[in-house]
Design a protein around this ligand. Structure first.
Ligand SMILES: Cc1ncc(COP(=O)(O)O)c(C=O)c1O
Length: 413
């Protein structure tokens, strides 16, 4: 049974009515189900059971400390995509060996910090970056553990803005160059090449690109071993998609069934960096209808108190999120555009939606917003960021209070 349930007539999260949470914490409000996160984490962990694996949760999907800490408590490591995310990982209690550090443009300061901490691996994106890592590590008298991010030139068949594995994308070292780069870097004293990495995109719902990417790493690792570069892990990134519209998508078991036979051949530990798959379906955005306006032709604008400042995915990627009233209703359906309150025409959360005749003041829920929701929130139009609540087995914890105007101006003079 889903953690988000209507059996009482109104939507609840792990038996806590969303209306109660909205009354206590205001709207817009992010609400997360801890049980859903745990179920999704265990599904991946069990799918890879029997093969040496480590899950490094991609903090970029949702790095609110309460969520990061909860994933750590389940056994996850962390994938940090910036110096800021490394610091968040540490504050969430991850130790350096539990952190991998990825990112297409890492500054010397960020790299120096990762080297000093001794993170499990720095996923290096270019030969220049490898040279910088080696120089920075040598200056610290250390040997940095790196994985070389390979660009396998694979089309993840996801949205172009979140596809990262094509050679026309800015990520990683071209497959054709990777072998020579590794061979050139292997003798350097400040660097130890311990792994290979690839991440071909996000919201991937076809498994073949993920299988091909894993195969590319296995083949390259074998070649490198032949020239004296012993790799100990293959990091196959994240990317597994979720169903935003009810359509069938691959499960964790389907994913493992496709990549494990490829990886088994190598015998190497596999690192996984799932983000969206773990937290996407665990979150909802609760919002209140501020106003309703008729449009020419009979459609209605339903104006919410949440918009692109709280959830930018629909505007950035044309992403679809289910939107429903929190209270169940048998009112007749009306065609609506669900929009936010910002001064931007693109501030639209859902176009052409059939909703039970909406009412001003009514609570609405936007589903599947646990990933790339609150982390991408902004203060545009001087809007304070929403509060966030983590619900676990009937009890709700405020894990992020709503920003205040004082918070917004705290850095200004
Ligand atoms: C390097 C890397 N790893 C992991 C992820 C997480 O991806 P997802 O949330 O699709 O699992 C991303 C996101 O794009 C990423 O860039």
């Amino acid at each position: 049974m889903s953690a988000f349930d209507r059996s009482g007539g109104a939507l609840s999260c792990e038996r806590v009515p969303l209306a109660d949470l909205a009354a206590a914490h205001g709207t817009p409000l992010y609400v997360y189900s801890a049980t859903t996160i745990a179920e999704r984490y265990r599904a991946v962990d069990q799918a890879f059971a029997g093969y040496p694996h480590a899950m490094h949760y991609a903090l970029k999907a949702n790095s609110t400390l309460g969520i990061a800490r909860y994933l750590r408590s389940l056994g996850a490591g962390a994938d940090a995509n910036s110096g800021g995310e490394i610091e968040i990982a540490l504050r969430a209690g991850f130790t350096p060996p539990q952190i991998v550090f990825t990112g297409v443009g890492k500054t010397d300061t960020e790299l120096g910090r990762a080297i000093d901490l001794g993170v499990r691996s720095i996923n290096a994106e270019s030969e220049n970056e490898l040279v910088r890592i080696e120089r920075l590590a040598a200056a610290q008298g250390k040997r940095a553990r790196v994985a070389v991010r390979v660009n396998p030139d694979i089309d993840a068949r996801s949205h172009p803005h979140i596809s990262t594995g094509l050679k026309s994308n800015k990520f990683g070292i071209a497959l054709d160059d990777a072998r020579d780069v590794c061979a050139r870097m292997r003798e350097r004293p400040g660097i130890e090449i311990v792994g290979l990495h690839s991440h071909v995109g996000s919201q991937i719902t076809e498994l073949e690109p993920l299988r091909r990417a894993a195969q590319t790493l296995v083949t390259l690792a074998r070649e490198l071993k032949g020239v004296g570069v012993p790799i100990d892990h293959l990091d196959i990134g994240g990317g597994l998609g979720i169903s935003y519209d009810g359509r069938q998508v691959p499960s964790a078991e389907d994913y493992a069934a496709v990549v494990l036979p490829v990886l088994r051949d190598s015998g190497m530990t596999v690192i996984l960096e799932p983000g969206r798959f773990l937290v996407g379906a665990a979150g909802v955005l609760v919002s209140r209808i501020i106003d309703i306006k008729p449009q020419p032709g009979g459609k209605l604008f339903v104006i919410l108190d949440a918009g692109m400042t709280e959830l930018i995915r629909p505007m950035l990627y044309n992403a679809y999120h289910r939107i429903e009233p929190v209270e169940s209703s048998d009112r007749p359906g009306v065609l609506c555009d669900v929009v936010g309150p910002l001064c931007e025409t693109s501030d639209t959360l859902g176009k052409d939606r059939q909703l039970p005749e909406p009412r001003v003041g009514e609570l609405m829920v936007v589903y599947d917003t646990g990933a790339y929701g609150s982390v991408m929130a902004s203060n545009y139009n001087r809007r304070p960021m929403p509060a966030e609540v983590l619900v676990h087995d009937g009890s709700a914890t405020l894990i992020k209070r709503r920003q205040t105007i004082d918070d917004l101006v705290a850095l200004e003079s």
